[in-house]
Design a protein around this ligand. Structure first.
Ligand code: HEC
Length: 156
């Protein structure tokens, strides 16, 4: 990695410079790296947690907030119960692909499957489910379903 490279440059410098300066630099470098990792972790966790809700509010709430055009209204447990029963993989791939009056990707073409899935988790959990953001395996199943539907469409 790049840090390893810098570290060896530092080591090379030891032969020229003094040991005292070297260890001081090494210390700050280690600190920087730790700070970097910590901030990436905090930022990463924070953003996935907030993502579903943010995407919902930005993209999905327009229809799913009030139940426009027959969209299952968030919080309407009776409407969501059968969807929750169909399962996360099923309704996430359906919604992402588009189903009847539900536009593909909620009408936002640059929305990733992950972002869409998080929004579905948020909506379902407001309506009686206890889902979590899909792990790699679930995500693969969702992607597989979307691809199958796209292939089917291409054949027509
Ligand atoms: C333009 C309005 C509209 C927007 C925007 C919209 N939806 Fe929908 N959605 C619908 C409608 C209408 C349905 C019901 C479709 C049906 O079953 O006939 C639906 C159904 C769904 C379903 C159930 C799919 C199934 O298998 O029956 C999911 C999941 C879903 N939407 C997720 C989302 C997410 C996530 C977003 C935002 C990223 C979003 N929707 C944005 C209108 C919308």
């Amino acid at each position: 990695m790049i840090w390893g490279f810098f570290y060896s440059l530092e080591q090379a410098r030891v032969f020229i410079g003094t040991i005292a300066i070297h260890s001081l630099k090494k210390l700050t470098m280690k600190f920087d790296l730790r700070l970097l990792i910590a901030s990436v972790m905090i930022f990463g966790a924070g953003s996935t947690m907030a993502n579903g809700e943010a995407t919902y509010k930005q993209v999905c709430m327009a229809c799913h907030g009030a139940g426009v055009a027959g969209a299952p209204k968030v919080g309407d447990k009776a409407k969501w119960a059968p969807l929750i029963k169909e399962g996360q993989v099923h309704i996430t791939s359906d919604g992402y692909f588009g189903v009847r009056a539900m536009p593909a990707k909620g009408g936002k073409p640059d929305l990733s499957v992950e972002q869409f899935a998080s929004a579905v988790v948020y909506m379902a959990n407001q309506s009686g489910a206890a889902w979590v953001d899909p792990d790699a395996k679930t995500l693969a199943l969702i992607n597989e379903k979307i691809e199958k539907r796209q292939k089917k469409l291409a054949k027509k």
